[in-house]
Write a protein that binds this ligand. Structure first.
Ligand code: AHR
Length: 305
C-alpha cells in the first residue's frame, strides 16, 4: 500500500488525526447497524481518527460516488463495505493513483487485489454451507420442499452463501421450489415470502433466509397465512443478531449461522498500519459459530448486539 502524507490529510480534520472515509452499504439490517456502530466506535477521535461516514442506501452508484468524493477530499484512507462484487475497477484505480490506501470490510469485490490494501470479513461460502449441512442432516430423505430468500443481488454475501448452501444440499432429495431476493431487509423478506405462500400454499416445508431480517419479515407472512413458523415451516437464517436469536430462543426459527459484524477494531488497526506504510495481510477472515434453539437461549443474555 501507499501511505499518504502521514495523517494530516484534507477533509478539514484535526492535524494529528487520521482522516478516514467510510463508505457503508446502507442501513438494511440489524447486522448492518451493529457493523456501523462497531466501525464508528473504533474510528473515533479518541482513537486518533476523523471519520467521514457515508451510507449509500444499498445503491452501488451512490456508494461509488461517495468513494470518489473521499478521493477528492484527500482523505488519508478509505474503508468500503462493497454493496456488490462488480463495478469497482475504475474508482479503486483512481484511489490508487491518488495514493490513498483502501481497506475493504465485510464483503469482497471481483477487482484485482492489487487495487486495495487489505480485506477483513467473513467466510460467506462457509456460512451458506453450514446452513445447508443443517438442512441436509435434518431433512434429507424426507422429500421436503424449500424456498430461499436471497440477499442483495450481486453482493458477495448473497452469491457465496448460495454457492455454499447449494454445495451442501447437492445429492439430497431436498426440492428447491423457489429462490428470490428480499434485499436483506425485513420488508423484502415479508413481501417475497407472501408471494411464495400464495404460489405454493402449504407445500413449503423449509425456509432458508440469507439473513435474520428477511427471516423475521417472513414470520409475519407465515403467521398471516395461518401457519406456525418453526413447526409448519422450519427456518434457517444467517447473522445471529439479537432479534434473530430471540426468534430462535422462542422456537420461531430453528437454526442460525452467525455472521460477526464487530469488525471495527480490526479495520482501525489495518488503517493505522497502511497509513504508517507498514505491511498488512491481504485477507483476514473472522470466524463464525452457529446456534440451535437451546444454544440461543443460553447465548442470548450475553450477546453484545
Ligand atoms: O454482508 C453481510 C450481510 O449484509 C449480512 O448478513 C446482512 O444482514 C447484511 O445486510
Amino acid at each position: 500500500g501507499c501511505a499518504s502524507d502521514g495523517g494530516s490529510g484534507g477533509g478539514g480534520g484535526g492535524d494529528d488525526l487520521i482522516t478516514v472515509g467510510f463508505a457503508q452499504t446502507g442501513s438494511e439490517s440489524g447486522w448492518r447497524s451493529a457493523n456501523t456502530e462497531s466501525l464508528k466506535t473504533a474510528l473515533s477521535e479518541e482513537n486518533g481518527f476523523k471519520l467521514v461516514f457515508n451510507a449509500a442506501d444499498n445503491k452501488q452508484e451512490a456508494q461509488i460516488a461517495a468513494v470518489r468524493s473521499f478521493i477528492n477530499q484527500g482523505v488519508d484512507a478509505i474503508v468500503i463495505a462493497p454493496i456488490t462484487v462488480d463495478g469497482w475497477d475504475d474508482v479503486l484505480t483512481e484511489a490508487k493513483d491518488a495514493g490513498i490506501p483502501v481497506i475493504l470490510e465485510d464483503r469482497t469485490v471481483s477487482a484485482s487485489d492489487d487495487l486495495y490494501a487489505s480485506w477483513v470479513g467473513l467466510d460467506f461460502e462457509k456460512e451458506g454451507e453450514t446452513a445447508g449441512t443443517w438442512v441436509k442432516d435434518n431433512f434429507d430423505g424426507q422429500a421436503q420442499n424449500l424456498v430461499v430468500l436471497e440477499g442483495t443481488t450481486g453482493s458477495s454475501a448473497a452469491l457465496d452463501r448460495a454457492t455454499g448452501f447449494d454445495k451442501a444440499i447437492e445429492g439430497t432429495d431436498i426440492n428447491v421450489l423457489d429462490s428470490q431476493t428480499g434485499d436483506f431487509t425485513r420488508d423484502g423478506g415479508k413481501k417475497v415470502m407472501e408471494g411464495f405462500l400464495q404460489k405454493y400454499g402449504n407445500q413449503i416445508n423449509i425456509l432458508f433466509a440469507h439473513n435474520d431480517d428477511m427471516g423475521l419479515g417472513a414470520l409475519d407472512a407465515i403467521t398471516a397465512a395461518g401457519l406456525v413458523p418453526g413447526q409448519d415451516i422450519k427456518i434457517v437464517t444467517i447473522d445471529a443478531v439479537h432479534d434473530g436469536m430471540q426468534a430462535l430462543a422462542d422456537g420461531k426459527f430453528n437454526y442460525i449461522v452467525e455472521c460477526n459484524p464487530l469488525l471495527g477494531e480490526k479495520v482501525a488497526d489495518l488503517v493505522k498500519k497502511v497509513v504508517a506504510g507498514d505491511s498488512v495481510e491481504k485477507r483476514e477472515i473472522v470466524p463464525d459459530q452457529s446456534f440451535d434453539q437451546d444454544q440461543a437461549k443460553e447465548a442470548l443474555p450475553t450477546r453484545p448486539y
